[in-house]
Each structure stands twice: as structure tokens, then as C-alpha cells.
Design a protein around this ligand. Structure first.
Ligand SMILES: Cc1cc2nc3c(=O)[nH]c(=O)nc-3n(C[C@H](O)[C@H](O)[C@H](O)COP(=O)(O)OP(=O)(O)OC[C@H]3O[C@@H](n4cnc5c(N)ncnc54)[C@H](O)[C@@H]3O)c2cc1C
Length: 455
């Protein structure tokens, strides 16, 4: 065999797996067809957060007036922002490539495809490997409506030649919400169209409600309970017809309506690797596919599609196979954030999920953060804990407010360690912060769950 391990896909999962495996001395090859670092670095987390930060500066400039600063905002230069973003992404691409090379992995800049259970065609060559990792990620999809090709998807949003004045975003997952926030903060008129009554399905209902209230404060018009019906040209813009009979006119229509695992045409059938109806590679808890020597990880398995999950899986598999440290990655208590303004972050169970299995004590705190008592901006924060009534273990923590993602990372450690409400209560706060509210919530807001009689 040419390699001990061959990795298909140089994104978050694949790069980490190949780098660590090579570091353990395994003869490792890795193929990437598009860009080192994959979705996260090139058309995902990293460039997105840079755009979010660009929008935040406009808000800071407005808020500063309350603190005595007189700042006159000039126009925003989209081309300058995109050029700065591209330079940073180029730097990161090079780092990812260098890390692989210096670890001793052999890199292939070409599309790879399985020929059989041990043979990979990569560009013009064929190689064989003892073990194979499929880490091909996913790609954005468009809704099945007439004219869908006239809209863009998230991959395109990072390369727009100019900032649109009117944007219609379709979807209510975190990508839809974040881009609605980005375009609004940079001055566009934004409509957000989604089928559900509230945005962010799967998040805690108090957070979803708080976000729904925050959308208009950011200048975003929400069209809840609405689906797109068709998209057509409208002069130089677009006309999006909706299920409620209305039509939205916009310069740009952005479909954030889901992603599909990248498993077409990569030879899964030839190698005997099974996938589900949605195209995701099926794996067990050790990331083994239906072929025990072929593994899959990250977004291509469509379980919890987040970069830190993908990298943790890549690392764990390489350690397990070649480092003498076998382990599996737990997908419980994985924290996550939505980089809206203000941001949302969450770890553990929502109130609804927890209450479905046991009675829970719910603590909710709503307040105006210190900055906005003076800035004059209406931007309340919401903090919430969901606590198992019997054991008093904290099952979920949720926040919408400044610095929520930074705060939630620390709380995630407490939840992973199994902290109780009493542990939170005996922790001394840092004053004056928003975060201290998590350790000073003494009065239960309500009881929820199967045995409400406990109230
Ligand atoms: C707009 C957006 C924002 C996001 N924001 C966040 C965030 O804030 N936080 C977070 O944790 N996650 C975020 N994510 C999700 C995150 O980007 C993914 O979970 C992560 O990139 C998954 O890593 P991966 O390695 O599984 O796949 P990917 O990063 O997609 O990498 C797969 C790689 O495989 C390559 N490839 C595919 N097929 C082949 C082939 N046949 N041969 C060779 N190469 C191939 C692709 O070119 C790609 O580079 C975001 C995603 C998007 C789209």
C-alpha cells in the first residue's frame, strides 16, 4: 500500500486528521480539490465573523455619542473590506498547507474519488491506502422553486463585487440570521423570509423569541411563516414571490435554506460505503463507515456540523489509529453561537428538550447591559439556565447579549464537568459584567417538564 492513511478533503476535519496522523509517523496522503482549510476558513466561520465585525464598527460609532464622542460615519467601503478579508484568508490557506507539509503529509491538490475499498484516484494518479478518511464536507443548496438560480448561496456571499442595497434572505438557520445581520449592519434594507413562526429552529424558545424581537431593532423585516414560491428578474434586481401572496423586490436574494453532504461522484458505491437518503455517510461512534477501514467525519456525516466538532473528530481518529490513544468524541454539551448583533450562544439542552424528559427549574434574567444604559440603544440581554429539578444539575445555558459566545465557552466546561446549580451559586461573579448574572440567578422563574406538580 502507498499510504497508511489517505484523507479525502482538506477542510477542518481532514487537515487535522492528516496532520496529527503524519505527526504520529503514519504515511499520510491528503487530497483537496478547492481550498485548504475548507468551508470554515474560506467560505464559513472565519470570513463570516470578519464581516460581522465590520458591521459592529458602524454600531460602535453610533453608540459612542452617548459617551460624549462625536463620530461622523463616512460611507462603508465594501471592496476594501472584501480585499482585507481575502488577504487574511490567503494567509490562513498558506498556514494550513504549511502545517500539513511540515508534519510530513503528502499533499495532492486535486479531486479524489474512490475506485475500490483501498484505491483512490486523485487527479491523474492512483494511490492505495490501508485506511481511508472521507472528509469532503458539504455544500449549500437552493430551494426547489422556479428561478432559484437567480439567487445566491453562502459560498457566493463572500465574493460579491458590491454591497447590495436591498437584500432578501431566505431561511432561518444560523447562516440566514447571521447574514441578515451582516447586510443590515452594513446599511442594506433586509427582509428575512422563513417558514417557521420563529427563527433558529432547534434553539431554546426564549432565545428564539428574543431574536425575533431583536430583528426589527436591527432594521430587519421578518416574514415569519412564509416560503418562497418563485424568483424572477425585475429590471436589474429580483422579484421574490412569497407563499402569503406578497412579492419582495431586492437587488440580491440569498438562499440560506440548507446544506447537503458532498458525497456525489466520490465512489462511495464502488468502495461499499453506505450513505443515508440525504446523502450523509453513515458512521458509528468510532467514525467507521460500513467498511470498517474507511472512516468519515465532519459535515459529510451531517450530525453536528460545526468546525470544532470536525477538528476534534479528526484529532481523535488520528490519535486512535496511530497515537495509541483511542477515544471517541462526545457530541453532548457542544457549545455553539450565532454571530448576530447581539450574539446568541448556547450549550446543553433547551428548556423544551429537557422538559420532555424530566421536571426542570428554569431561571431567566433579562436586563439592559451597562453599555446601553448610556448609549441609549435598546438592546436587552437574556440569560437562562435550565436545571434538572431532581439532581440540580445544570442541563442547559443560553444567552443572547454582548460577548455571549465568549461567555458560553467557559460555561461549557462547567456543563461538561456536570456542574450543579449550587456550583454556579457558590461561584463569585466578576463585577460589573453581564456574565456575573449566570452566578447570581437566585429566584426560579418557572418549573417546566413532565411533573409540573412540583411547582
Ligand atoms: C456560512 C457558514 C458559516 C459557518 N460558521 C460557522 C461557525 O461560526 N462556527 C462553526 O463551528 N462552524 C461554522 N460553519 C460550519 C463549518 O464551516 C463546518 O462545520 C466545517 O467546515 C466542517 O468541516 P469539514 O472538514 O467537515 O468540511 P469542509 O470544511 O467543508 O471541508 C471539506 C473539504 O473537502 C474538499 N473536497 C470535497 N470533495 C472533495 C474531493 N472529492 N476531493 C478532494 N477534496 C474534496 C472541499 O473542497 C473542502 O475543502 C459555517 C459554515 C458556513 C457555510
Amino acid at each position: 500500500m502507498d499510504f497508511d492513511l489517505f484523507v479525502i478533503g482538506g477542510g477542518s476535519a481532514g487537515v487535522r486528521c492528516a496532520r496529527i496522523a503524519a505527526g504520529h509517523g503514519a504515511r499520510t496522503g491528503i487530497a483537496e480539490e478547492r481550498f485548504w482549510g475548507g468551508t470554515c476558513v474560506n467560505v464559513g466561520c472565519v470570513p463570516k465573523k470578519l464581516l460581522v465585525q465590520a458591521g459592529e464598527y458602524g454600531g460602535f460609532a453610533d453608540d459612542a455619542a452617548g459617551f460624549g464622542w462625536e463620530i461622523r460615519k463616512g460611507p462603508h467601503d465594501w471592496a476594501k473590506l472584501i480585499a482585507a478579508k481575502d488577504a487574511e484568508i490567503g494567509r490562513l490557506n498558506a498556514i494550513y498547507r504549511r502545517l500539513l507539509e511540515s508534519a510530513g503529509a503528502q499533499i495532492f491538490e486535486a479531486r479524489a474519488r474512490l475506485i475500490d475499498a483501498h484505491t483512490i484516484e486523485v487527479g491523474e494518479s492512483r494511490v492505495t491506502a490501508e485506511r481511508i478518511v472521507i472528509a469532503t464536507g458539504g455544500h449549500p443548496t437552493r430551494p426547489d422553486i422556479q428561478g432559484a438560480e437567480l439567487g445566491i448561496v453562502s459560498d457566493d456571499a463572500f465574493y460579491l463585487p458590491r454591497m447590495p442595497k436591498r437584500v432578501a434572505v431566505v431561511g432561518s438557520g444560523y447562516i440566514a440570521v447571521e447574514f441578515a445581520g451582516i447586510f443590515a449592519a452594513l446599511g442594506a434594507q433586509v427582509d428575512l423570509v422563513f417558514r417557521q413562526p420563529l427563527p433558529l429552529r432547534g434553539f431554546d424558545s426564549d432565545l428564539r423569541q428574543a431574536l425575533a424581537e431583536a430583528l426589527p431593532r436591527q432594521g430587519i423585516r421578518a416574514h415569519a411563516g412564509c416560503s418562497p414560491r418563485g424568483l424572477a428578474l425585475d429590471g436589474r434586481g429580483r422579484a421574490l414571490t412569497l407563499s402569503d401572496g406578497g412579492t419582495l423586490r431586492a437587488d440580491l436574494v440569498f438562499f440560506a435554506t440548507g446544506r447537503r453532504p458532498a458525497t456525489d461522484g466520490i465512489g462511495l458505491e464502488a468502495a461499499g460505503v453506505a450513505r443515508n437518503a440525504a446523502g450523509a455517510v453513515l458512521v458509528n461512534e468510532h467514525l467507521q463507515t460500513s467498511q470498517p477501514h474507511i472512516f468519515a467525519m465532519g459535515d459529510v456525516t451531517d450530525r453536528l456540523n460545526l468546525t470544532p466538532v470536525a477538528t476534534a473528530e479528526g484529532h481523535a481518529l488520528a490519535d486512535s489509529l496511530f497515537g495509541g490513544r483511542p477515544r471517541a468524541v462526545s457530541l453532548q454539551n457542544v457549545p455553539t453561537a450565532v454571530f448576530f448583533t447581539p450574539p446568541l450562544a448556547t450549550v446543553g439542552l433547551t428548556e423544551e428538550a429537557a422538559a420532555a424528559c424530566c421536571p426542570v427549574d428554569v431561571y431567566v434574567s433579562r436586563f439592559t447591559p451597562m453599555r446601553h444604559t448610556i448609549s441609549g440603544r435598546a438592546r436587552p440581554s437574556l440569560l437562562k439556565l435550565v436545571v434538572d429539578q431532581a439532581s440540580q444539575r445544570v442541563l442547559g445555558a443560553h444567552m443572547m447579549g454582548e460577548d455571549a459566545p465568549e461567555i458560553m465557552q467557559g460555561l461549557a466546561i462547567a456543563l461538561v464537568m456536570g456542574a450543579s446549580k449550587a456550583d454556579f451559586d457558590r461561584t463569585i461573579g466578576i463585577h460589573p459584567t453581564s456574565a456575573e448574572e449566570f452566578v447570581t440567578m437566585r429566584v426560579r422563574t418557572r418549573v417546566a417538564g413532565v411533573a409540573k406538580a412540583a411547582e
